[in-house]
Design a binder for this molecule. Structure first.
Ligand code: ATP
Ligand code: BTN
Length: 253
């Protein structure tokens, strides 16, 4: 079966090199581009990760894709699109490679505990309402190795499954799954429909994790997400904290 989205991916914008596909989509959004537009670059000179970090996009071996959306919901719901994209990426990767993919909340997909995928969601506001949301995703497809500083924590689909991955095929599958989830999310503005599937794919669920926030760190047991997309972490005293996906990182111990 060919996996094909209905309206996401129209128009489909591709270029050889771009600073960042998220920046490209944001510029195009300001020029009136429609909801569903997709931006793909073979390489990015300034690929961006979370919190001002860098995302490596070597030519010919990655998927760097940004999706422009113009949702009709409150800004507080936009971070949940990162989680929806994470789930869509897991589904697409598993469908195409047969591997088991896991989600490292809030924005990574890992295989055998190493990062294959990062997601960065950005938003533009106008008169107090969302004007656009850009959901950007980088998937390591066909790298055969990584520079030393990344090799211990990064991997590619080719390293894990042993064969080349077709970029267009994975991009199409990704948008197919994302579109289905997005249409459900638009009806309720919560992640109730996805919780079970998401938590079944959550790395370190039921295990001890280290939570690093701007002003400190603590450990607890990861209990999965709630319908707002917050991660529930049970602390030693038995109380559960709900972590919002701001500038936080969650590590296994
Ligand atoms: P944490 O979420 O625990 O802080 P993280 O290293 O995944 O860890 P993110 O902000 O999610 O942090 O991702 C950005 C980081 O990803 C960069 O600082 C860099 O170390 C790493 N990185 C950059 N390019 C790639 C890539 N192509 N594949 C895997 N990892 C990469
Ligand atoms: C992260 O792991 O911190 C997020 C990485 C997001 C990378 C993607 S690649 C396509 C899009 N364009 C960017 O500049 N960043 C995102």
């Amino acid at each position: 079966m060919e996996l094909k989205a209905k309206w996401m991916g129209i128009p489909w914008n591709w270029t050889e090199e771009m600073d960042s596909t998220n920046e490209w989509a944001k510029r195009d959004a300001k020029n009136g581009a429609p909801s569903g537009a997709v931006y793909i670059a073979d390489s990015q000179t300034q690929g961006k990760g979370r919190i001002g970090r860098r995302w490596e996009t070597p030519k010919g071996s990655s998927l760097a894709l940004s999706l422009l959306l113009r949702p009709d919901f409150e800004a507080e719901h936009a971070p949940m699109l990162t989680l929806i994209m994470g789930m869509a990426a897991c589904m697409a990767i598993e469908k195409i490679t047969g591997l088991t993919a896991e989600i490292k909340w809030p924005n990574d997909v890992v295989i055998n505990k190493k990062k294959t995928t990062g997601i960065l969601t950005e938003m533009g506001m106008s008169e107090g309402k969302i004007s656009y949301v850009v959901v950007g995703i980088g998937i390591n497809l066909n790298m055969e190795s990584f520079p030393e500083e990344l090799a211990y924590k990064a991997t590619s689909l080719k390293i894990e499954c042993g064969h080349e991955i077709n970029r267009d095929e994975i991009a199409a599958a990704l948008l197919f799954y994302f579109e289905q989830y997005y249409e459900k999310f638009e009806q309720t503005h919560n992640l109730g429909f996805l919780i079970e599937e998401y938590n079944n794919h959550l790395v370190n669920r039921g295990k001890e994790v280290l939570i690093k926030e701007k002003d400190g760190e603590y450990t607890g047991i990861s209990r999965g997400i709630n319908d707002k997309g917050e991660l529930l972490v049970e602390k030693k005293d038995g109380n559960c904290v709900e972590i919002f996906s701001g500038e936080v990182s969650v590590r296994g111990l």
